[in-house]
Design a protein around this ligand. Structure first.
Ligand SMILES: Cn1c(SCC(=O)Nc2ccccc2)nc2c(=O)[nH]c(N)nc21
Length: 279
């Protein structure tokens, strides 16, 4: 896979794995218990993640939790735009986690550098919203939709199906004029997958990396970690770091995490092992 990702004004160096810090700007956010229901709290959290070593940030204004209420464009913008404006000179790429074309356009106009769309730019208008920009893109696999995707995930061959989906998304993006150097791919852990299917995807992640685009993954604190460790969402840091390292070992180059400091330390050790000069 390529060693860089074009993210607007930034060219993200992927010669080593990078840490994307999660900034939940939703009142009902999964694991922060809604601590970040205010712009100031969100900005403060982002600054802490930067101090912890985050290489980029992912700002999300709408929860993807199954059953979460839909958020209006206005509400999502009210949560995200002030944070973009406060952080746009922070020195690292700002990603915005949204599937709404109107939010994409406004976020990019406000200075966002990347769009992270769990729908893989399949909503009407999403492709057009990003095609004319040079922002980074993450195209993620999801089977079904957040409300229903975990009811009964069904695949012939989960890895082959996810690979085919990602290849189709790349073809759509590039046909719309998106430069390949802007595209990252993500198998979408937890988005329409059973626990065994998630671990089969993790075990065979090298096949996603073999598609030739940087791989971004998000396993942090997810139920696939809880299912194996038996730990509640606030106690999944060690399991999350282990899963992130497993993914990096199999070619992932961007890991989307809550626990930035711990992941940065783990990747420093991983990098030392990987680059010890052979005697
Ligand atoms: C926005 N977004 C999400 S939100 C779901 C989440 O974190 N749940 C969760 C968080 C904490 C605890 C339990 C579940 N996951 C991904 C991902 O895996 N990849 C990309 N690219 N974007 C993503």
């Amino acid at each position: 896979p390529p060693q860089t990702l074009r993210c607007g004004r930034y060219l993200l160096d992927l010669s080593r794995p990078r840490v994307m810090g999660i900034v939940n700007l939703t009142p009902d956010s999964f694991s922060d218990g809604g601590k970040h229901d205010s712009v100031d709290a969100g900005v403060a959290h982002a600054r802490q993640l930067l101090a912890d070593g985050a290489d980029l940030l992912d700002l999300g204004g709408e929860s993807t939790r199954p059953g979460a209420a839909d958020v209006s464009v206005a509400d999502e913008l009210a949560r995200v735009l002030p944070v973009i404006e406060a952080l746009r000179d922070c020195g690292v790429p700002l990603s915005v986690d949204t599937a709404k074309p109107a939010v994409m356009r406004a976020a990019l106009a406000a200075g966002a550098d990347m769009i992270n769309d769990i729908w893989g730019f399949r909503q009407p208008g999403a492709l057009e919203a990003v095609a004319g920009s040079d922002c980074g893109l993450c195209a993620m696999h999801m089977q079904g939709e957040p409300r229903t995707m975990q009811a009964a995930p069904e695949y012939d061959d989960v890895v082959a199906d996810v690979l085919r989906f990602l290849q189709d998304q790349v073809a759509r993006l590039e046909a719309a004029g998106v430069a390949p150097g802007r595209i990252s791919l993500d198998p979408g852990f937890g988005f329409g997958k059973t626990v065994p299917q998630n671990y089969q995807l993790l075990r065979e992640l090298d096949r996603v990396a073999a598609l030739g685009y940087p791989v971004l993954i998000g396993v942090s604190r997810k139920s696939m970690i809880g299912a194996i460790t038996g730990k509640a969402v606030g106690d999944r840091m060690a399991g999350s770091v282990a899963a992130a390292l497993s993914a990096v070992q199999r070619g992932a180059r961007i890991v989307r995490v809550h626990d930035v400091a711990a992941t940065v330390d783990a990747l420093k050790i991983w990098g030392t092992v990987e680059t010890v000069a052979t005697p």
